[in-house]
Design a protein around this ligand. Sequence first.
Ligand SMILES: C[S@@+](CC[C@H](N)C(=O)[O-])C[C@H]1O[C@@H](n2cnc3c(N)ncnc32)[C@H](O)[C@@H]1O
Length: 244
Amino acid sequence: MTDIRILDQRTPEERDRAFLPGAGKTWLLPCYDVMTRVAGVRALHERAVKLAGIEPGQAVADVGCGTGNLSFAVLAATPTARVTGLDPDGDALRRAARKARRRGVALTLVQGYADRIPAEDATLDHVVSSLALHHIDDDSRGAFALDALRALRPGGRVTIADFGGQAEGHAPHSHGWAHALRHLPSLLRSRVAHSPVVARNHDDAIVTLLTEAGFADAREVAHADHAFGRISFVQATRPVLRQE
Ligand SMILES: C[S@@+](CC[C@H](N)C(=O)[O-])C[C@H]1O[C@@H](n2cnc3c(N)ncnc32)[C@H](O)[C@@H]1O
């Protein structure tokens, strides 16, 4: 069986640092993989991986990896990629580790926060992240973008899949259970779109975040109309400095 260890890079102060877990509540974690599988999130992961274009042997950090599903999609497409999953949630990482052992894939797991990516300067080929950026508070988002720029080699690429793009219309009023059931998909979409954490990503905020950090060419390269809401696939590149 593959030996998968979880490295804890949190400082003593960070051990009490709050974070928003994958399913919103820590007690919902056991349902996370089932819920996201039923909701078709795997297709979003596969699309993100295809867009990232990871080559054999390349170094990849999956930021906010949770139970590891995007990392596993990377490894399914490119088995020799060297993938590190980063997340503050120790329970989610333990699930990721169990899954990696069962699948017999090599994966490094690090417990920590998005604003300190576990990589030396300019050593990563790719930073990838799915459905995690809206979990990251406003102060840390800017720090994440700067740290991704630091950790990527010149020409290295960040690929993010998360709720985003342009904001949707107003939240519908409630008209009772029958109405709610009939309109469940659109109600869900609307609830997600109007949640204050998802609002962080509205109006192409991810593109702006990466541009302000110094990435070149940050743009939405694709989008998907998912049951939970509009998913934006954003990519950007660490600029290659020209020799004088
Ligand atoms: C909705 S889950 C997405 C998990 C996985 N990427 C996926 O696509 O299934 C969001 C993840 O972001 C993580 N998260 C929350 N705050 C974070 C932070 N400051 N830095 C890194 N990850 C964070 C949560 O613990 C959770 O695992």
